[in-house]
Design a protein around this ligand. Structure first.
Ligand code: ATP
Ligand code: MG
Length: 334
């Protein structure tokens, strides 16, 4: 039987952090045996809000690729590729953009939240949001569809994007009287949203509130020491009323493969500072193999580039196959 197809990816806006690891990388790794897997470094999407920082995006491409491989993505099983190297994605984005209303993009809750967060770029009322940024969910629909993906392992913030993708596909099928794409499903991990160390709604590389996979053990310990907590003194798991301490308990439970409530019970007698020190030690031990592999890859950039080149060739073939179907359905196969 043919394998189902998986696509997921990360924006090269910086190195990957614990939110990625627990929110998406662990899932991808577990699924790569059973799915034909594509993992995209989304440089075109990163440029939608970083178009004036092309060096940052360029440097982060290898970082993101290395973080994926170090976390267990096996280049023999998964196809790792760079978004801008597949021009068919840009082509499909143009056709898909006819099938989405401007209003539905403005209503997308993730886009809305990001515009509010990025006041430094977009201004107080988002008055300088570009056409490209507002439209990135359309380009993301094309990313997913170009390989005809069935499943998309993501964090919670991506659910509106998958919903928008399904709507576009349904419209495409209805208007062009065809049925060439599967309707993709999001696959959430058991921890779809790790908060920032500042208590912010999401650990994010753009918000400087993250523990990166590549941080040194010392940096990790320092960051945890400074992580925001509340003025209480007991450790409990109450994400609604005590988000900061509960987030640290969640991280602890993930590395010990426990339920957060069980972890909180185990930790109940500790002080905040005692808990943070223990979490730092355990997290550093847990990440040690990933970090070792990561630093080995840093000295083998050519090897990482070869993997991306192989991925480019494999994805191009798939993408052109898809575009032949699209052009025929749209009657532009002259
Ligand atoms: P940026 O701030 O540039 O958007 P990011 O930290 O949000 O960066 P992305 O590259 O946008 O990272 O996200 C890649 C994948 O990781 C997505 O599936 C996203 O849902 C998931 N992810 C990102 N941050 C978290 C988090 N804090 N918790 C769980 N999953 C996350
Ligand atoms: Mg993001």
């Amino acid at each position: 039987m043919e394998k189902k197809i998986l696509l997921t990816g990360d924006r090269p806006t910086g190195p990957l952090h614990l939110g990625h690891y627990f929110g998406s990388l662990m899932n991808r790794k577990a699924m790569q045996d059973d799915y034909e897997s594509y993992i995209m470094v989304a440089d075109v999407q990163a440029l939608t809000d970083n178009f004036n920082q092309p060096e940052k995006v360029r440097e982060s491409v290898l970082e993101v690729a290395m973080d994926n491989i170090a976390s267990g993505i096996d280049p023999k099983k998964s196809t790792l590729f760079i978004q801008s190297q597949i021009p068919q994605i840009a082509e499909l984005t143009v056709f898909f953009s006819n099938l989405v209303t401007v209003n539905s993009l403005k209503r997308n809750p993730t886009v809305k939240a990001e515009i509010a967060e990025k006041r430094d770029i977009f201004g107080r009322d988002g008055e300088s949001v570009t056409y490209g940024f507002l439209g990135y969910p359309v380009s993301q629909a094309a990313d997913i569809t170009i390989v005809r993906a069935d499943i998309v392992p993501v964090g919670e913030d991506q659910l509106p994007m998958i919903e928008q993708t399904r709507e576009i596909i349904e419209r495409f099928h209805r208007i062009y009287e065809t049925e060439i794409f599967p309707l993709p499903q999001a696959k959430l991990s058991s921890s779809p949203r790790i908060l920032g160390l500042d208590g912010g709604a999401k650990m994010s590389k753009s918000l400087n509130n993250a523990i990166y996979l590549k941080d040194s053990p010392e940096e990790t310990t320092e960051k945890l020491k400074a992580a925001k907590t509340d003025s209480g003194s007991t450790i409990t798991f109450d994400p609604k009323t005590r988000p900061e301490i509960s987030n640290l308990v969640t991280i602890y439970s993930l590395i010990h493969d426990q339920k957060p409530a069980d972890a909180a019970r185990e930790l109940a007698g500790m002080t905040y500072s005692g808990f943070k020190a223990k979490l730092a030690t355990d997290l550093n031990r847990y990440l040690a193999p990933v970090r070792a592999k990561r630093s080995e890859l840093e000295s083998k950039a050519h090897y990482v580039k070869e993997i991306l080149e192989m991925g480019r060739i494999r994805t191009l073939e798939k993408a052109e196959e898809t575009m032949k179907l699209v052009r025929a359905a749209m009657k532009i196969n002259y």
